[in-house]
Design a protein around this ligand. Sequence first.
Ligand code: ADP
Ligand code: MG
Ligand code: ZN
Length: 501
Amino acid sequence: MSAYGSERQRRREGGARDYEGFECVVGLEVHCELLTATKLFCGCKNAFGDEPNTNTCPVCLGLPGSLPVLNGHAVELAMRIGLALNCTVQPSIFHRKNYFYPDMPKDYQISQYDIPINTDGYLDLPSGARVGIVRAHIEEDTGKTTHSGGGGRIHDAMYSLVDYNRAGVPLVEIVSEPDIRSGEQAREYVSELRAVLVAVGASDGRMEEGSLRVDANVSVRRPGEPFGTRCEIKNLNSLRSLGRAVDYETRRQVDLLVSGGAVAQETRHWDEQAGHTVVMRSKEEAEDYRYFPEPDLVPLAPDAAWQERISRAMAPLPAGRRRALLDSVGAEGPAMVERVATVVAQDLDGYVMAAVDAGAPGALALSRAANELAAACAEDASLLDALEPGHFASLVAMEARGDLTATQAKAVLAEMLTSGEPPEAIASRKGFEALDPGSLRRAVEEVVAANSAEWERYKEGEAKMAQFFVGQVMKATRQKADGKAVMALLADLLRGSAGAP
Ligand code: ADP
Ligand code: MG
Ligand code: ZN
């Protein structure tokens, strides 16, 4: 079994990862494409998926004599990111980063080097850990190459295609401190960062379209020792790849050290299919980018009033929304915290708040949102378009009053999502009016009388027969009965018959 296979088995068995006394150390570099209408230094459209090479002009094609003009909206989005990540937002300058690659027609990339717009912040994760942010700087994206024939990499390609639509698209690169300690935590960090970037309107968060791209720096050490030599892993375009790559790389480095070897500083490529990293280039081949200040752009010094305006107009961040929701439902404990996280991540907190405001119990509203709504949402987010917060509130209130059983409430909610009707209308069409206690007792007694052999087995102590009776009563009442109430009545009948000969 491969090293990775045995790790996977360990995880299935629920055991902690065993890295033979080593811990994993991770720092992430996340590239975020900004949601602007146009590119960073020209008026070309910033769009994904257009016909290749249609969104280009002399500036982003690097033609002689063209000059860059900085996109103000990109600067604003970068400042929002800095503020959301608790950074110092400061005057900054642009540099040229020189290197040759066919996806970059100018032969240099305009980026921020020693004086970036945002420095020294942090992001708090839902689990409580705090990850430091070294910097979040503005730069332009490169074009996109597609290597055809062979394995999809340049070395064995027959030919390569290049699309300059992406060349010059604005990016913010967010560099974390090496504060992350596992593949799972790396996923948590990127997931929370993505939620923040979406909340401030900087990103659409679509990792599968390359809107967010992650490079992971991984090293290992014994706790308390200085940091070890790191490898940088490229090509992580999903949370799943990120978690797997960090776990694989940690295991690889630990195995190297344990067998007496040493980790070499290198850039590695994650192969999702093969489930391993392979070396791309070693430190000796590292490029010298010959940075120098971009002579065609003036320093960027946003005035205090602009910064103030942006800071006042900031949308609520996920962490604040989670806190507000938790307060509003008045719940606590890990299960509730997890439900609150799910609800905010799926943008469902408005529904729960509306239900609580209308007087429905918070825990029940939270549960219906975190389970039924979230599941529906994951399948098809557009289902929520039909659901009015007021209708959701009424449904939760009906269930809380006992007008609907849990099973009925779920059935009604499912239909509300497709039809947009109020719950009262759906419930009465389905014949879901509440069953009074007297008729429920009669229904249970009738079912017991009609199934005397099964009742004998239940009396002998065959516990699973309870499920049989609940099922029969449900059938007889057309799902109107509440399972718990039926169980209580069955226990009652059992006690009543115990004394009989
Ligand atoms: P570079 O100049 O090569 O980009 P940086 O020092 O700016 O290197 O770090 C880049 C990323 O690598 C940061 O996210 C940082 O947290 C991370 N990093 C630095 N040292 C280590 C280490 N020993 N182990 C893991 N990650 C590290
Ligand atoms: Mg770097
Ligand atoms: Zn252009």
